[in-house]
Write a protein that binds this ligand. Structure first.
Ligand code: MG
Length: 359
């Protein structure tokens, strides 16, 4: 039996509204600029995925890179591993990083989705996993006390056992006031996770995290710029709250360097940056080798399948991004993501919405 061939890759740009703007210590994301990918095959299935470019500034360039890499694989067999090798070779001199890596990862995800649909199985089963509910945390923003508590209470009522908030307010006292208000809102059973979005210098991170040691936080995420692995190791050696990072690793090699440097005790790769499904599997093996609990970063539709085959799976991040253009969204029940047994990962576009939000 011959493998299906890729017959066409269509990439489209949209800019969709976000219910709660993502406020961080380093800026606000108030719409979701997305590149929607359709990978058509001669087997009658179309693989789908999307990229989130964070800022509209990166949207056009990411779209064009996705189209260019899509043309490269048009006519090729639907074989994600071969595609990964082809991209690694063609991008060797520019670097398989940045927007090129994001585009390559999106095509990898679309290819795996198509492959699983071709086999008429959900992606998790194709990868050798089961389809179990995945514990999720509800991911919030730098929402202040009033909105923060409202969202936190809603998440606790919906059954989430953990929520994340973004901190890095002007003063440490404000960070503490928000964290204590949220804790009061959700009660003792719900874990609070806190994200500094790379906003602090190393000495300031040490000062603030030391002051937060009594707040029972599940983790402190990206306290300082993510490239500063030595700084992360320094922060870890002088504080006692688990340090989380990984959403900005642009390959499993990046992750390896961070783990070797002792930069974190928890890991949270992002499917779009780490290399799609293929890159995620390498990252999951590394996390197992280093004995590091591994969570996901956004891209919940794929992550709900990938965490089924992640030996040290920890949490799935629930942050709604692409829902306005999806015909049916990933379901959550009792604080867990619940992937269904649709072949692939189940991404279908709401074409009327795609037209409405076209960028
Ligand atoms: Mg983060």
């Amino acid at each position: 039996m011959d493998a299906p061939k890729i017959t066409e890759v269509v990439a489209r740009a949209v800019n969709v509204p976000i219910e709660y703007p993502v406020r961080t210590s380093v800026g606000i994301v108030d719409t979701a600029p997305l590149v929607l990918i359709d990978m058509k095959t001669d087997a009658g299935v179309t693989g789908r995925s999307y990229l989130f470019t964070y800022t509209p500034i990166a949207l056009a360039a990411t779209l064009e890179m996705t189209r260019a890499l899509g043309r490269l694989v048009t006519g090729q067999p639907l074989a994600p591993a071969a595609m990964d090798a082809l991209f690694a070779s063609r991008l060797r001199l520019v670097g398989k990083t940045g927007l090129a890596q994001m585009a390559a990862s999106g095509l990898d995800m679309a290819a795996w989705d198509a492959w699983a649909q071709h086999l008429k199985q959900p992606l998790a089963r194709v990868l050798g996993g089961e389809l179990r509910p995945v514990p999720a945390y509800d991911s919030h923003s730098m929402d202040g006390i009033e909105l923060g508590c409202r969202r936190a209470e809603g998440a606790a009522r919906a059954g989430y056992r953990a929520i994340k908030t973004k901190i890095g307010y002007a003063t440490l006292d404000e960070d503490i006031a928000v964290l204590r208000a949220l804790k009061k809102a959700v009660g003792p059973e719900v874990r609070i996770l806190a994200d500094y979005n790379q906003g602090l210098t190393v000495p300031e991170a040490i000062r603030r995290i030391q002051a937060l040691e009594g707040e029972d936080l599940g983790w402190i995420e990206e306290p300082t710029v993510q490239e500063n692995l030595r700084g992360y190791a320094e922060i870890r050696s002088r504080t006692r709250v688990p340090v989380q990072m990984g959403e900005n690793w642009l390959s499993a090699d990046d992750m390896y360097r961070a783990l070797e440097a002792g930069a974190c005790e928890l890991a949270m790769p992002d499917a779009m940056k780490i290399g799609g499904v293929t890159g995620w599997l390498k990252a999951a093996a590394l996390a197992q080798t280093y004995g590091i609990p591994m969570s996901s970063h956004i891209f919940a539709e794929f992550s709900a399948h990938l965490l089924q085959v992640t030996p040290t799976a920890h949490y799935l991040e629930r942050m709604v991004l692409a829902d306005p253009v999806l015909a049916s969204a990933l379901k959550y029940e009792h604080g867990c993501a619940v992937p269904d047994d649709t072949p692939g990962v189940g991404i279908r576009w709401d074409e009327a919405a795609v037209a409405r939000y076209a960028a």
